[in-house]
Ligand binder design. Sequence first.
Ligand code: COA
Length: 259
Amino acid sequence: MSYINLTFDVADRIATITVNRPDKLNALNDATIAELGVAIDEANARADVGVVLLTGAGRAFVAGADISELASQSPLEAQQRARAGQRVFRRFETSAKPTIAVVNGFALGGGCELAMSCHVRIASDKAKFGQPEVKLGIVPGFAGTQRLPRLIGRGAALKLLLTGDMIDATEAHRLGLADELVPAAGLMERAKALANVMLANAPLAIAGCIDAVNRGLDSTLEEGALAESDLFGVMSATQDVKEGMQAFLEKRTPTFHGR
Ligand code: COA
């Protein structure tokens, strides 16, 4: 697949998607959002990919939706643009392969929302987060009002949403918006190390954890726990569960094949 607004590289079972409009701080125009959808689908379809890293070129992760496109939209176009973006972001959230946002710089508006759609966020000490939409007279459109309170709680989320303030990586880490805080120079190395830890685990179990968390957060605890027990049952039919337990008993490292 060839891309215009992002790069897609695969090495050692890690796909790295890099939003690549550095002169516009990687602002998400419609074309870039569409390419992100193609890229996450490609990563999920490829047998040589086990984990996906998502980052930005230059000094930004993503500085938001492209304001030059938002400036002239009709109400209906705005609604459709928001829904199209939400569908793409949801594919990062429901990806069967772990998605790690590697937040190298500004993650504002749609950038913060995109990072929140990934399973894990690691941030460089140069990263900045925020939902500045209210400063433009709009509300977030890519489900920021939904994911932010789920991630950091209602009060902290509303504080960010209502002020539109930009916070640094230390504060984002304190709030739980960033799961890890890493010196900028070591960011990608740490992201790959984290990916490798995940890659050593059983792929079907990884996908099961993602599925259970997603299903549980969208339902009651009881419904989520039932979904988990179904997955727990299904896993017992895999070769990997036999390998994982056998390896433990034989005191050796397991080799998983995702079946
Ligand atoms: N949409 C479109 N273009 C954007 C953009 C966005 N969300 N964010 C940055 N850019 C563009 C700027 O217009 C500028 O382009 P130009 O050189 O052609 O004028 C370029 O990226 C560099 O940005 P600039 O503002 O000059 O950099 P800065 O270091 O002074 O400020 C930010 C950085 C992130 C604070 C500032 O760009 C900003 O506030 N961006 C908008 C953030 C936002 O509101 N996002 C939510 C959108 S819904």
